[in-house]
Design a protein around this ligand. Structure first.
Ligand code: ADP
Ligand code: MG
Length: 693
């Protein structure tokens, strides 16, 4: 149960004075639905009202704070006209403009002949310098009433900064006194304030550099958030290690047969990863291991050999992919090797229905099927294995920690192997996979030629179309990926459909279209036509992004490359260049590009190392954008900024592991306070793993 002192923070924002049913949804949209969300929404910028330029020096289009004399009021003469107040200083005039004003209020605030400080945006309208609805109007004698530095919050249409600031102030007033969950010596060493003090400070910046992530109050709050994340992962990890698995130790018989059937030898990294996995499986604790390897680094075969180890030990294994197409590819690439080893494999997806499905489930329950490939359908309630010893989850970033925990419920504590092709920076890996051990495959299989990558302005589209046509005529295959539009499937689709239509006159029936709105059967049909070479060009939304393998594809065209994450572009690029022919990746972009966008595309041209790309992308864009929020299984941080707080993350990891080692059930005084911290960041799942106390 969440401690009572946190209740005010978990209340709906309507609990805040001044936040009624009209404003609440706006605040919910800009910050979140609860009081804590408001509290954790940090200012995105500042308004600085310290400068006092003369009117002649105040630039148009910018906020200015000026001291003027009120010359005269000019009330509207027609209904739709605004109310005007003409002011001046010794360098020029300024007209204050008010729509629907209360005249008596204006007369009181701006008496003719007095001096006033007004602050707001200065604009030019019909040759006249004016300011519409000033933010502040104050008597110079009372200049102290006007905040000189004001925080500016992320807003949404209809929500003014003033309203948001009021909500923040009200939320601050409700912030409870909490027990200190940070180590006192650590706080003292870093010079960090207490929790409430830190919150107050981040919302009351006093100088323009107060928003820097290096400020003590920001660091304090970021560390809280990171510690909650790391502590939750450490508790989950500990609970799992405690829950005994079983030793799974094959005799190598099937693996030897498989090795003979494979047309290649494992690379050093593949061998090392496999050895780590086999050692984990042999141990009595449960394995939860991450295999991180760039696109095309050959993770599948490593997983297959691990699954054969389970079968050798008399048990079953399952491999889950995020899409049906991928599941099918896994099956197809593994089936020949399994056949050579005499191992029975099958596939289960959402398309299996009725009697055929029942029959499959029966063979699974009897243990006749030894390795099962599939999608999420593998983990429906009705699916029962005879003895599942190993679960492989491919393309991990589509699943979060919670799904990982749910999956592990199948079977008598199966070992778990998680594979991701998205190279992620070390810091990010720590936040998402801190509960797992990791194997890295960095080395690529021999003979791979790097993909030639070029960035091309979209104005040269016709040249690209011509080149694609020439390549198609020469028997090559081309992927054409259409832009990601604001996370919206519908718009993605329009873009892809239009491109498909536009390419038809050039390529006729050789161009196909695949997108996320098609049924699985439709998708498969198009994909199959592409693999079998009946289609030369495949226009696609990003559904092809993950894992799919078409060895004859040599050209990857990406439209609006500037809208994609680098890791995503790198994955797309990895789709080509699997055969012997030189592959090309053409990144079409819509100019003009900003500095960051330019730098990002440049990295892709320069390196093929997914890990370096990921680190650079994190540095340039910050973690939030890295993978596209919607599809990432990554925790989203409110306060911590992984690009700026990487060092804190490492400290939080060590801190968390130490706490769990010394006080595994969080029973000490600090432990009790840390429980509050976990609840504050909604890690109730981790608290539930603790013994009561
Ligand atoms: P990913 O890591 O992206 O899942 P895959 O497992 O699909 O990569 O492997 C990509 C390709 O590389 C496959 O065609 C696979 O057969 C091949 N491959 C894997 N390991 C090796 C190796 N050691 N030597 C040569 N080719 C390999
Ligand atoms: Mg793969």
């Amino acid at each position: 149960m969440r401690p009572e002192i946190l209740n005010p923070l978990f209340a709906d924002v309507t609990a805040l004075p001044g936040v009624g049913p009209k404003i609440a949804p706006l605040i919910a949209k800009a910050a979140g639905p609860r009081v804590a969300d408001v509290l954790f929404t940090l200012p995105a910028g500042l308004i600085d009202r310290r400068a006092r330029p003369k009117l002649a020096d105040a630039p148009f289009g910018q906020l200015a704070t000026v001291e003027v004399t009120v010359d005269r009021h000019d009330p509207p003469r027609a209904r739709r006209q605004p109310y005007r107040v003409i002011c001046s200083d010794e360098t020029g005039f300024l007209t204050l403009v008010f729509f629907h004003p209360k005249e008596d209020y204006l007369r009181r605030a701006l008496p003719e002949g007095t001096r006033r400080i007004v602050s707001g945006r200065i604009e030019e309208y019909g040759g006249v310098r004016q300011m519409t609805h000033p933010d502040h109007i104050v008597d110079p004698e009372k200049a102290g009433d006007m905040p000189l530095i004001e925080p500016v919050y992320p807003l949404t249409a209809g929500l003014s900064n003033t309203l948001m600031r009021k909500a923040v102030r009200a939320a601050l007033a409700r912030a409870p006194v909490v027990p200190e969950w940070q180590d006192a010596a650590w706080l003292a060493r870093r010079g960090w304030p207490g929790w409430r003090e830190a919150l107050r400070a981040v919302h009351a910046p006093e100088t323009p550099d107060a928003l820097a992530p290096t400020r003590p109050e920001r660091q304090r709050l970021a560390y809280d958030e990171l510690l909650a994340n790391q502590l939750a992962l450490a508790l989950i990890r500990r609970a799992r290690i405690k829950s005994a698995g079983r030793p799974v130790r094959g005799d190598g018989r099937l693996r030897a047969l498989a090795a003979k059937a494979l047309p290649f030898a494992l690379t050093g990294d593949q061998r090392r990863a496999l050895e780590e996995i086999l050692a984990d499986m042999a141990a009595p604790e449960r394995m939860v291991r991450l295999v991180q390897g760039d696109v095309g680094s050959g993770k599948t075969v490593v997983a297959l050999l691990a699954m054969l180890n389970a079968v050798e030990a008399g048990a079953q294994a399952a491999m889950m992919a995020p899409t049906e197409i991928l599941a099918r590819q896994h099956l197809e690439s593994c089936a020949p090797v399994c056949a050579a080893a005499g191992v029975a494999v099958d596939m289960l997806t959402g398309r299996d229905k009725g009697a055929a499905r029942e029959e499959k489930l029966a063979r699974l329950a009897s243990g006749e099927i030894q390795i099962l490939f599939g999608t999420h359908a593998l983990f429906q309630e009705s699916v029962a294995f005879r003895d599942l010893a190993l679960v492989v989850v491919d393309e991990q970033h589509r699943f979060g920690v919670h799904q990982r925990m749910a999956l592990a419920q199948k079977g008598p504590r199966p070992d778990m192997l998680v594979m991701t092709a998205t190279p992620i920076p070390r810091t990010l890996a720590l936040t998402a996979y801190g509960d797992m051990d990791a194997s890295l495959i960095r080395e690529k299989p021999p003979g791979r030629k790097p993909v030639l990558t070029r960035t091309i302005p979209v104005e040269r589209l016709q040249e690209v179309v011509a080149a694609v046509r020439r390549a198609a005529d020469a028997g090559e295959q081309i992927y054409w990926v259409c832009p990601l539009v604001e996370e919206s499937d519908a718009l993605d689709l329009v873009a892809a459909e239009e491109r498909h239509e536009a390419l038809k006159p050039h390529l006729g029936e050789r161009v196909g279209l695949v997108h996320g709105r098609m049924s699985a059967a439709e998708k498969d049909a198009v994909m199959e036509a592409f693999y079998e070479g009946r289609l030369s060009v495949l226009v696609a939304t990003t559904v092809i992004e993950v894992g799919v393998n078409a060895p004859n594809a040599t050209i990857m065209v990406v439209e609006h490359a500037e809208r994609f994450g680098l890791a995503q572009l790198h994955q797309l690029r990895g789709r080509v260049g699997r055969g012997d022919r030189r592959a090309v990746c053409l990144l079409l972009y819509q100019g003009p590009l900003g500095e960051t966008a330019k730098a990002r595309l440049k990295i892709l041209r320069e390196t093929d190392d997914g890990f370096r790309i990921a680190e650079e992308d994190l540095r340039l864009r910050g973690a939030g954008d890295l993978l596209g929020a919607a599809q990432s299984g990554f925790p989203q941080f409110r306060i911590a900024d992984l690009a700026a707080h990487g060092e804190l993350l490492a400290a939080a990891r060590d801190d968390a592991r130490l706490v769990v080692e010394k006080d595994p059930d969080l029973k000490s005084a600090r432990g009790a306070a840390l429980r509050v911290l976990l609840y504050l960041f909604s890690r109730d799942d981790a608290v539930r793993l603790l013994r009561a106390g």
